[in-house]
Design a protein around this ligand. Structure first.
Ligand SMILES: Cc1cc2nc3c(=O)[nH]c(=O)nc-3n(C[C@H](O)[C@H](O)[C@H](O)COP(=O)(O)OP(=O)(O)OC[C@H]3O[C@@H](n4cnc5c(N)ncnc54)[C@H](O)[C@@H]3O)c2cc1C
Length: 521
């Protein structure tokens, strides 16, 4: 085994550091307890929980915080009904796959608990939305079964955040404004309405979480990629690359939260044979639906048994997701014309009278969900969990698979417990949720809001500022009308010349139109 490097009192390496004044030379290579790789919701939660537990933590994100899959979701804090229906398909299905059914029930409980925890902790980041599920001859279930399912869900969080279940009779369903124009309304058996929560700004939840952890002592680098991982004694040497150049840091443990790219990171550490992830692309489109649906969510299943939603988005709705396999390559983060057409087709089958066409799609987005790879290596498993790879030849190397927005705090706790089983923290525990900082004008482009984004919250690009530090990048034109002003206010802070400013504006416009298939006329 390579000998452990000599360290000074402050954990710097021998050669260049003069911090202890003992005449020896120490290098400034930093040693962390944990390096967290990724800057999505799972890495942010892991960094926050590890830091609060006393681990000296560095989080490294190659792009911006919350710009990966965490920014391409259906934005729902589901109550977990979908897991329950997957678990209760039939007795035969349960007996054939009991492990998967038990996992689904556990995921439902964790969803409800995550919902209660987050709604209480960050009410400004979630919005209640009434959803309606039509009960058609194909999917009608007896009332007692619907009530039982909702009682089970309510019991999972102790009834802390009400689900407000209402079961509508066939007559009430036929008269419900949100169901007008729906195919088969005449033969409808009833409907269920209940309260879901929407994360209307998940990117900001990621940034909030990273900033809270930084306020607690975590170091975090965005626009910095992990390019190498190697053992050095009983530490990990982590090679980081940013526009300014490369440098190495050392860590007692690596926490790989790179979402759909976790297997790539594990391969960097010398274990390409360890595969735990598979990707599933999902696409949503944004359209204007009739007034009768304003503010109401609608949920059903496609013929293939996949959930299909109409979710309010200001005065608009986003509709989807449409799923297909993907491995996380950049094209997985662009909606194709075929996917947009498939969503329109599904919507047309449900509500033929809407008559929506391609030109009615204002914009679209796609992302690739990280899914746990099934044990047989084929397809995905409904598993959301941490893995300790120590016994597979990667000491103190942890990963998280299948991570979701809605259970991110549970992911942070699970990863911290896994690390704690191997390593003691080098520092004392701290409060997990530092009080929120006062943030100026987050819904406007002002001198104060831009300065805060750049100087205090590590924003480096116009999309960092407009979509992830301020909310204006989610207005119906995706922030295009704010870009020039934002660039002018940013330039003095980041030293942009007029030519650089023009190039940054062009980058933002290009990114917005291609990443979101934005209809600009
Ligand atoms: C269409 C769709 C709908 C969804 N709907 C919901 C929903 O309604 N509710 C819900 O809870 N979940 C939903 N999800 C799932 C959820 O969005 C994801 O599971 C979750 O965001 C994953 O977070 P993450 O942190 O694991 O991944 P990411 O957010 O992708 O973060 C991983 C990060 O790792 C970084 N990274 C990769 N390689 C490196 C490297 N070498 N160095 C440094 N950084 C690196 C990436 O840049 C990325 O930012 C949906 C997903 C999709 C696609």
């Amino acid at each position: 085994m390579t000998p452990r490097p000599k360290l000074c009192e402050r954990s710097h390496m021998e050669r260049e550091c003069h911090c202890c004044g003992d005449g020896r030379e120490w290098s400034v290579t930093e040693i962390y307890d944990t390096v967290v790789i990724g800057g999505g919701i799972i890495a942010a939660a892991a960094g926050q929980h590890l830091t609060a537990a006393g681990y000296r933590t560095l989080l490294v994100e190659r792009g911006d915080y919350g710009a990966g899959t965490s920014s391409k979701t259906s934005r729902l804090q589901h109550c977990g009904l979908g897991y329950l229906s997957a678990a209760s398909g039939s007795i035969a299905a349960f007996l054939a796959h009991p492990r998967s059914a038990i996992e689904c029930v556990s995921l439902m409980r964790r969803s409800m608990q995550g919902r209660a925890e987050f709604v209480r902790l960050a009410p400004e980041r979630v919005k209640p939305v009434t959803f309606i599920i039509p009960l058609t001859p194909e999917n009608a279930i007896p009332r007692w079964r619907a009530r039982l399912a909702f009682r089970l869900m309510a019991a999972s969080d102790g009834g802390k955040v009400p689900l407000n279940l209402r079961i509508l009779s066939a007559e009430e369903a036929r008269a419900h404004p949100a169901l007008q124009g729906m195919v088969g309304l005449k033969s409808i058996r009833g409907a269920m309405s209940f309260t879901e929560y929407q994360y209307h700004w998940p990117e900001r939840i990621v940034v909030d979480t990273v900033m809270k952890a930084r306020a607690n002592g975590m170091e975090a680098l965005n626009h910095t990629a992990v390019r190498g991982l190697a053992r050095e004694g009983d530490l990990w040497r982590v090679t980081l690359t940013a526009a300014e150049g490369s440098r190495d840091v050392l860590a007692r443990a690596v926490v790989n939260c790179a979402g759909v790219w976790i297997d790539e990171i594990t391969a960097l550490a010398g274990a390409p044979h360890i595969r735990r992830n598979t990707g599933e692309k999902g696409t949503n489109i944004v359209v204007r639906l009739p007034e009768s649906l304003r503010g109401v969510g609608f949920e059903t299943m496609t013929a293939a048994g996949a959930p299909f939603y109409l979710i309010p988005w200001g005065e608009l709705h986003y509709v989807g997701p449409w799923d297909s396999a993907s491995d996380g390559r950049p094209e997985g983060f662009r909606a194709t014309e075929a996917e947009i057409a498939a969503i329109l087709d599904q919507l047309g089958r449900l509500f033929p009278s809407f008559g929506l066409k391609r030109e009615d799609v204002l914009y679209a987005w796609a992302g690739v969900r990280p899914r746990s790879l099934a044990r047989d290596g084929k397809g995905s498993a409904p598993v959301v969990r941490e893995h300790d790879l120590t016994d597979e030849g990667l000491p103190n190397f942890f990963i998280f698979t299948g991570g979701l927005l809605m259970t991110h705090r549970d992911a942070g706790r699970r990863l911290t417990r896994a690390v704690a089983r191997r390593l003691k923290p080098s520092g004392p525990p701290r409060q997990l949720d530092a009080p929120s900082l006062h943030l100026p004008d987050m819904d406007q482009v002002t001198e104060a809001s831009v300065a805060h984004a750049v100087l205090n919250e590590q924003a480096r690009t116009l999309s960092d500022i407009l979509r992830r530090r301020l909310s204006v990048g989610w207005e119906p034109d995706l922030g295009l009308r704010h870009v020039e002003r934002a660039a002018k206010l940013t330039a003095p802070h980041l030293g942009w010349t007029p030519d650089e400013m023009a190039a940054k504006i062009a980058d933002f416009i290009d990114e917005t139109t291609t990443e979101f298939n934005l209809r600009t006329s």
